[in-house]
Design a protein around this ligand. Sequence first.
Ligand code: UD1
Length: 420
Amino acid sequence: MGKFLVEKCGPLSGEVEISGSKNAVLPIMAAALLAEGRCEINDVPALRDVDVMCRLLRSMGSVVTEDYENATISIETEKIVAEEVPYELVKRMRASFFVMGPLLAKTGRAKIAQPGGCAIGERPIDLHLKGLRILGAQITEGHGYVEAVAEKLHGGKVYLDFPSVGATENIMMAATLAEGVTVIENAAEEPEIVDLANFLNKMGARIKGAGTDTIKIEGVEAMHGTRHTVIPDRIETGTFMVAAAITRGDILIRNVVPDHVKPVIAKLVECGVVIEDTDEGMRVRGNVNPLISTDIKTLPYPGFPTDMQSLFMALLATTEGPSVVIETVFENRFMHVGELNRMGANIKIDGKSALIPGQRKLLGAQVISTDLRAGAALVLAGLTAEGVTEVSEIYHIDRGYEKFKEKLNGLGAKVSRIDD
Ligand code: UD1
């Protein structure tokens, strides 16, 4: 399954280029199913999840060309030949569920294996289904599958009880070809939603308000192919910002939208990190001040991202003074705490809160990457830990970080990989 061996290193320094966003490109690829004609997507990261989405689209009849040398893929679907997604694909990647909205809108039917729970919680899909029902879909759930059928979707008003990213995206995609106007209230406001809406609008959709809590979609008859460049990955950006901080280094991060990482900037500055926006990118210095503790509460965008929580916890284990981290988005996103504690972090969990005493000298240990971001957090912890840290089950990291080892080593880290 593969392991990273991470040796303690000095302060990281140099430049790193951020790849296109995983969480933006996956729904965009699914949305390409809606087009009559070819879509070209640029700045696509070479990731395991992207590969799974390519396989999924091919199984539905799309012709997908992958050119990772140029970070470009193209998708063209003359005819959708299958409207079913098997568990084999959904269990590999929950984002397979993104094809539900486009399939239903385009063919009137979608049957998708029900995504189960995962390492970070139960992760229900009730809000996706609530929205699709309001748009006129008949939904049947059973035997591990969800089936949605609708001769023609129609517009409707959907209030999301929680601003779910995936539900907002699925409903927005389905509504593009529905008859009439759909309004999504309490919609998620993440930059990936805006990127998806921009892509759909270039295809001929009529979407307004993406990036606010109310999105209005006026249905159109048909959509055409287009070309789109994916936004930079804000979580990869945050990961390298934390890498600079945890090693007390000095890194220039290229291909960044500073607005997308505002809460990460704010919290690092509270810790004493110096961050500068320059013409070439974002310079992050963890070597100017002694770093101190801060408290964090994860929230939907523009609040502090849950995907950065484990990475900050690794950092806060090393800063001066105690910190409290509260996770409000997922119910079970502290799986990395046991692993960080094996490295000496001494973190205590009480319900949704974690108390991090800080000021620890971490020690290399054998640890398990329990999910994508947890895996990255353990690698960053390993950069400062005495000795060698062995991070196993790194297929999670391959899902979402392009060339993670190479990018870190380019900054002076000593990470090697053993594949079995
Ligand atoms: C997306 C991101 C993921 C990120 C998360 C929150 C992708 C591919 N993944 O996941 O990296 O951590 O947003 O920023 O974009 N919920 C329900 N019912 C639903 C849907 C969600 O109760 O129908 C709950 C979830 O259980 C969770 C919360 O809403 O507690 C947030 O989930 P959601 O925003 O949907 O996350 P994802 O879209 O799955």
